[in-house]
Design a protein around this ligand. Structure first.
Ligand code: NAG
Length: 347
């Protein structure tokens, strides 16, 4: 095996990392929320309540940046849509700032989609890792992978960025070609409980086989998600599919909030971008606000339901012609419907 237990120990560098490890890992985690096979409407309602608990109220006292500065790492010549979708979704969920770190030839396109994003054309320059690292102290979460591509040099830079993000204890969501990279080098993420991986079924099989050296058991999706999470050191896994399965190595949650039968390319970027924000909020709120549950499980459940609700609303309007853009337009109303209906104004 290429990776071993030694990698777990080397994570614990900063106080922040220790706090994170304690939170996600300590005895406070309760067992009363296990939804292994069935879950009732009441259980779903309970988790929605926990998601609402971690959402910061809108108050006049805050300064810009407090509700989330999210960094998206991805975007290359071929793929400029994915990082844009992830970054704009983060803003629409409630982040204050979205940064995109992409290659030079992707930057102009991404900027032209939206004046609201901060775009850094650094991913393909020789000191890319250092350039991104400079920004890390100002970011609350990193989302790595949307539109990353598989160029070897870029992937090498992505690897360095994951390592630096991990060393600083910053939560990181890894999707798309970022997961391809993880399947080649599981040790870069193994044991880091600040990571959330969001594979679709194909990406999941690839990861599972790379880490467990065994094919996925298609009769036991729950068990497979649980085992992969444990083998990677109990980091959070969100397996996207007809039903989304979410595990932190202890519990498996199922999100089967109603969406539609139409899935469009880019839906995963909406999920990863919103998870960037929700995981920051949940991490900040801590396990007191989540009834002792791992905050990342709650964040992931929130992001999965939100994505499904956007899909549902957009499908009702556009049917088959629905695209990711239509889903993104629904973020505001979907968010209110799911999470804000009992929130009162605070000041
Ligand atoms: C992961 O969680 C399982 C189940 O609670 C536990 O037995 C195991 O020790 C944990 N592993 C790590 C690396 O935290």
């Amino acid at each position: 095996m290429l990776w071993g237990r030694g990698t777990v120990a080397c994570v614990v560098g900063t106080a922040l990392v220790s706090a994170l490890v304690f939170w996600l890992h300590g005895e406070v985690i309760q067992r009363s929320f296990s939804f292994r096979s069935t879950h009732s409407l009441k259980d779903m309602e309970n988790i929605f309540r926990l998601v609402r608990n971690v959402i910061p109220p809108l108050t006049a006292k805050k300064h810009k940046g407090q509700d989330g500065r999210i960094g998206i790492v991805g975007g290359c010549q071929e793929y400029t849509g994915a990082p844009y979708f992830a970054a704009i979704s983060a803003l629409k969920v409630g982040a204050d700032l979205s940064h995109v770190f992409c290659t030079k030839d992707a930057a102009a396109a991404i900027k032209s989609y939206s004046p609201e994003l901060i775009v850094h054309p650094v991913l393909d320059i020789p000191n890319a890792v250092n350039e991104v690292e400079k920004w890390l102290p100002r970011l609350h979460t990193v989302v790595l992978g949307p539109g990353l591509g598989r160029d070897e040099v870029i992937l090498e830079h992505a690897k360095g960025i994951i390592e630096r993000t991990r060393a600083k204890g910053i939560p990181i969501i890894i999707d798309a070609d970022g997961l391809w990279l993880i399947a080649q080098h599981p040790s870069i993420i193994q044991g880091y409980q600040g990571a959330i991986l969001t594979p679709n079924l194909m990406e999941f099989s690839r990861l599972y086989e790379a880490v467990l050296r065994d094919p996925v058991d298609s009769d036991d999706h729950h068990g497979c998600v649980l085992r992969l999470s444990q083998a990677l050191g109990n980091l959070t896994i969100v397996q996207k599919g007809e039903r989304d399965l979410i595990s932190d190595g202890q519990k498996v949650f199922v999100c089967s909030h109603e969406g539609s039968n139409r899935r469009c390319g880019g839906q995963g970027d909406l999920l990863s971008g919103s998870l960037g924000v929700l995981s920051h909020w949940a991490f900040l709120a801590g396990s007191e606000k989540t009834n002792g549950l791992n905050p990342f499980l709650v964040a992931a459940f929130g992001a999965c339901s939100l994505t499904r609700q956007c899909n549902n609303q957009a499908f009702q309007k556009y049917g088959r012609s629905m695209t990711t853009k239509d889903m993104i337009t629904e973020i505001g109303t979907a968010f209110n419907k799911l999470f804000e209906h009992e929130v009162k104004a605070t000041n």
